[in-house]
Write a protein that binds this ligand. Structure first.
Ligand SMILES: [Zn+2]
Length: 132
């Protein structure tokens, strides 16, 4: 069967359905399965990439992302946010000697940050806020 590409609206709608059934989804892969299940109709099957899902989850107010990460190479330069692909801002800190030291990079889009030891995302946990 051919996979159809859902619209952002369809994905968000499916995410809301998932949010009604679950409090937490432990991985992107699992979220993808759940969302695709919600999107599925008798005639159509939908395919969503985990990256696209993550982006939409980041934008929606009812989902919060918990990032699990491992340490990466401190010498490696990170220019793009590994979570959302946005630009990273250098956050500088002054040492007591008055010298400027770069302590970390922060993404202004999704809040990801990393220090000298790079935080490489390995797993995402999705938490859903319950509507009041
Ligand atoms: Zn980001």
């Amino acid at each position: 069967m051919k996979y159809h590409i859902p619209s952002d609206q369809q994905i968000i709608f499916a995410l809301q359905k998932v949010a009604k059934k679950f409090r937490t989804v432990p991985s992107q892969h699992r979220l993808k399965q759940l969302v695709e299940k919600e999107l599925k109709t008798k005639k159509k099957k939908f395919g969503v990439s985990t990256t696209r899902l993550r982006m939409l989850a980041l934008q929606s107010t009812f989902v919060t992302l918990e990032i699990h990460s491992r340490e990466g190479d401190p010498k490696k330069v990170m220019t793009k946010c590994p979570v959302c692909g946005g630009g990273l801002n250098r956050v500088k800190n002054l040492t007591i000697w008055g010298g400027e030291v770069t302590i970390q990079f922060r993404c202004k889009h999704c809040g990801y940050w990393t220090g000298k030891k790079k935080r490489i995302p390995t797993r995402y946990v999705f938490h859903f806020k319950k509507k009041k």
